[in-house]
Design a protein around this ligand. Structure first.
Ligand SMILES: Cc1ncc(C[n+]2csc(CCOP(=O)(O)OP(=O)(O)O)c2C)c(N)n1
Ligand SMILES: [Mg+2]
Length: 893
């Protein structure tokens, strides 16, 4: 065989490659891209069949997904839009600079919006649909939290807010009103719709919002529309597990109403997102792998002619081999540096740009700063069918800030600009502010009849009104039928039931109700059977957009696993975060979609506040309404499961959520009274509160409702059973909650029969509500020393109650202790501080010292403390009750 030199081999290789490319060119010209795609697919299949190992790649080259010749022309006036964008940039930066002059350290962000301005402005001028007068139309937009200054600046130019608001950015308590740092519907209920600044929550809420929009349409609660859900997020934000953790759902459900726009400025707070890698390529692979339509917007129009000349793919290869940390370096360096280090690696590359000056090289923009590129990406996204779209747009963090921070690692926290920097910024964007004024950083708004203002207003009018904008769009519900709740007030006549069973029965009645049944949205993270809810599968069906495409294995049973396109249950699978996002979508639909949906989210209590507390906080901020049901609750009531399941924490956590009304009900009638009143407050009176109820799986007889208990149930405390020996010399007041209440009732009997103590039993349905009421009274009294003091509800109930006070609950002792100071004498609290154990109920209650025996001993010990009986009685009782006084302290073991 003739010897082939390496040089010959290389030439041969090049020749072969050229021949293949020429053939491909021919097919491309004669058959078009789809024929090429078909051919390539055949080729790869053929190669695989013949043993060629093709490495998997979910990536496409590091160039724009939409090529220059596929681009549509952009409507509107590029010039006017650029001027508007410059003014938004200026005012956004000015409000941060001024706020920090007025009050050092007040904070704010300039560089996030500076990099995202084009991404937002193209949306505002061409895509984001407002709701106008139609209550059920319009897009839902999750704005990136740190970009808020830009969103305010635009609202200012549109004339929606005034200079005082901008002046008081981050100083909301100032006269004339201010602006909240980030999107907070709680603080600006007419403006922001969803909070996003706890990073990662925006994307997951957007996903479930898009799915919920489909749900409303499929169930006929909202007319079908092509409204979109947009989620704007940072590239650094995608490190949060919530940001990417749910991305397979929208692809699976073909949610083409969902668009993510990820601002890939390659930087987060401290430095580069992937200094040694490429965040764009990493995200592309993740999203493509999950089934999304991925549109990369990497290069601005100046790159198009160069790419057109890149016949051998040298430039594309070079673009793809630079890591992000290096790209960031190019952004801060001169054109000469870029020529030397980016282009200079190959003479053929240098040749491509020899006609460009260093200055021109420096000014070549990135895709995310080029309105035409962004417009085309958005257009492709809204036209795409059958899958969600993610747009990966490359930008520079702090774009336009120059020396003040463009592309620098410190830029995220840049809040100040000196006069030189302001002047440079002003000149770069052509803001009509003179050198003499620049020191004051004045806001600038063109006249009402200026071209810019008219243009903005006209665009928003054409697109259905201003965004963001929030309003309560649904009328109040009329009344809710009493009949639904009445049976629960009668008790179960000795039959045992758990509060979970009671709740599920009530839920199933609500679902059947002709007035509100349609509005109920049961949400469950793969736990319906745990709660005995499987009957609902058949009764109302599990929501599945595509219906049921298989024959369920239990088809021949009455309660088979029924999926249906008009199914009502959101069976989310094992995701409390996803379920909570659905709760937020359903709980805010009264504002977002004009539908009063009533979510009931039932889940393993421990995996609620403890696991997804931040999403619950977002629900609270969003003014979401609905019921959260912490199932299998109580540290000692959930037997066997051990320390990761047994919840003795959630009621303490719930206390921190100002508009969350939390109850630990013990009996059927308490649940009925609470839910009935919750529906009244949230959907008839339209209060922005939401409810948390713990329900348990211990079964006991449900008593009838005592006369006059209703008010106390709602306020948090009522006397369940008075002592039958009120004149006994020894007296006690016993508090019980949830499944521990039956223990307390038993203690009442033992105290009376064995120790001659006359005890009253109180059901404490909500320490949280008692605590808030006490705090409110105390605060008012402090501020009104000259007036008759207000008396906390708990004091009103107990001020004349004789004897000692003992409370037992399945939660931390801190909970009962929260109301201690409003009682006439100190409270002894029994609770479940400490880690759970895998054990049976009786052993757990012994371990945590919350069963009836401990209530008895606690009452006797308190009486001895008060000198009402001899200490030897307590010692004897400890022995008689079989308690080991030397046992380990459960709180620390
Ligand atoms: C859950 C959470 N953790 C941390 C922060 C603090 N934080 C605010 S912005 C930021 C960096 C954001 O980077 P990126 O997502 O890339 O956004 P960019 O500003 O670059 O667009 C950090 C760490 C936060 N807001 N939320
Ligand atoms: Mg970033």
């Amino acid at each position: 065989m003739r010897h082939i030199s390496p040089k010959d081999a290389a030439e041969l290789d090049a020749l072969e490659t050229r021949e293949w490319l020429d053939s491909l060119d021919y097919v491309l010209q004669s058959g078009g891209p789809s024929k090429v795609a078909r051919l390539l697919r055949h080729l790869t299949d053929y190669a695989r069949e013949n043993g060629v190992k093709l490495p998997f790649t979910a990536n496409t080259p590091y160039i724009n997904t939409i090529s220059a010749d596929e681009q549509a022309l952009m409507p509107g006036s590029p010039d006017v839009e650029r001027r508007i964008k410059s003014l938004v940039r200026w005012n956004a930066a000015a409000m941060v600079v001024r706020a920090n002059k007025a009050e050092e350290g007040i904070g704010g962000h300039i560089s996030t919006y500076a990099s995202a301005a084009t991404l937002y402005e193209v949306g505002f001028n061409h895509f984001f649909r407002g709701r106008g007068d139609e209550v059920d139309a319009g897009d839902v937009i999750f704005f990136q939290g740190h970009a808020a200054p830009g969103i305010y600046a635009r609202a200012y130019l549109e004339g929606r807010i005034d200079e005082t608001h901008l002046e008081n950015f981050r100083r909301e308590l100032k006269a004339g009103g201010g602006l909240s740092s980030y999107p907070h519907p709680w603080l600006m209920p007419d403006f922001w719709e969803y909070p996003t600044v706890s990073m990662g929550l925006g994307p997951i809420m957007a996903i479930y919002q898009a799915r919920f929009m489909r749900y409303l349409e499929d169930r006929g609660l909202k007319p079908k529309s092509d409204a979109k859900v947009w989620a704007f997020l940072g590239d650094g934000e995608t490190d949060e597990p919530e940001a990417l953790g749910a991305i397979t759902l929208p692809a699976r459900e073909r949610l083409d109403n969902l668009i993510f726009v990820i601002n890939c400025n390659l930087q987060r707070l401290d430095g580069p997102v992937r200094g040694n890698g490429q965040i764009v390529q990493e995200l592309e692979a993740a999203f493509r792998g999950a089934g999304w339509n991925v549109i990369k917007v990497l290069w601005g129009r100046e790159w198009d002619p160069l790419l057109a000349k890149d016949r051998d793919g040298l430039l594309v290869k070079r673009m793809g081999e630079i890591v992000d940390g290096q790209y960031q370096k190019y952004a801060v360096e001169s054109g000469a540096y870029v020529r030397e280090h980016f282009w200079g690696v190959d003479p053929r590359l240098l040749e491509m740009v020899k006609h460009l000056s260093d200055d021109q090289l420096k000014k070549m923009t990135l895709g995310g700063h080029d309105p035409i590129k962004v417009y085309n990406a958005y257009k492709a996204a809204i036209e795409h069918r059958g899958a969600p779209t993610v747009i990966l747009a490359r930008t520079i963090k702090g774009y336009g800030l120059g020396e003040a921070g463009e592309g620098k690692n410190i830029t995220h926290q840049q809040k100040k600009m000196n006069e030189d920097e302001l002047r440079a910024f002003r000149t770069r964007f052509g803001i009509p502010v003179s050198d003499t004024e620049i020191g004051h950083t004045p806001f600038y708004r063109p006249a009402d009849d200026s071209i810019e203002t008219r243009y903005m207003r006209e665009r928003r009018r054409a697109l259905g009104g201003y965004v963001p904008s929030r309003a309560r769009r649904s009328p109040a519900l009329p009344t809710v039928s009493d009949e639904l709740f009445e049976e629960f007030e009668k008790g179960t006549d000795g039959r045992k039931a758990s509060t979970t069973m009671v709740f599920v029965r009530l839920l199933s009645k609500l679902l059947r109700d002709k007035d509100i049944g349609q509005l109920v949205v049961p949400i469950v993270p793969d736990e319906a059977r745990t709660f005995g809810m499987e009957a609902l599968f058949r009764q109302v069906g599990i929501y599945a957009h595509q219906g049921q495409m298989y024959e369920p294995v239990d088809m021949d049973t009455l309660l088979y696993y029924k999926e249906a396109s008009d199914g009502q249950i959101l069976e989310e699978g094992i995701t409390e975060a996803g379920s909570m996002s659905s709760f937020i979508a359903a709980g805010t639909a009264y504002a977002t979609h004009g539908v009063n949906t009533i979510p009931f989210f039932i889940y393993y209590s421990m995996f609620g506040f403890q696991r997804i507390g931040d999403l619950i906080w977002a629900a609270a901020d969003s003014r979401a309404r609905g019921f959260m049901l912490g199932g299998t609750a109580g540290r000692t009531t959930l037997a066997g499961e051990g320390l990761q399941h047994q919840d003795g924490n959630s009621h303490v956590f719930a206390l921190a959520y100002p508009n969350c009304i939390a109850y630990d009900p013990a009996f059927a009638y308490e649940i009925a009274v609470i839910i009935r009143d919750g529906i009244r407050r949230m959907y008839i009176d339209q209060e922005s509160v939401f409810y948390y109820l713990t329900v348990m799986n211990e079964q006991y007889a449900m008593p009838p409702m005592p006369e006059g208990a209703r008010e106390g149930i709602l306020k948090g405390l009522y006397r369940f059973r008075a002592s039958s020996t009120p004149d006994a010399p020894l007296r006690a007041q016993l508090f019980g909650s949830g499944a521990i209440l039956p223990e307390v009732i038993k203690a009442q009997e033992v105290l009376q029969s064995t120790y001659g103590v006359g005890a009253d039993v109180w059901s404490v349905t909500s320490y949280g509500e008692l605590y808030r009421d006490g705090q409110a009274a105390e605060r008012w009294n402090m501020l009104h020393p000259g007036e008759a003091p207000r008396v906390p509800y708990v004091t009103t109930c107990l001020k004349d109650a004789p004897g000692v006070f003992v409370a037992a609950s399945d939660y931390l002792k801190a909970l009962p202790n929260a109301i201690d100071r409003w009682l006439p004498r100190p409270l002894v609290a029994l609770g479940t501080d400490g880690f759970g154990r895998s054990e049976g109920r009786a052993s757990l209650r012994d371990f945590f010292e919350v069963d009836h025996r401990y209530v008895v001993v606690a009452a006797l010990a308190a009486l001895a403390r008060d000198g009402k009986l001899d200490r030897s009685v307590v010692e004897q009782a400890i022995k008689d009750q079989g308690i080991n006084p030397e046992k380990a302290n459960p709180a620390v073991s």
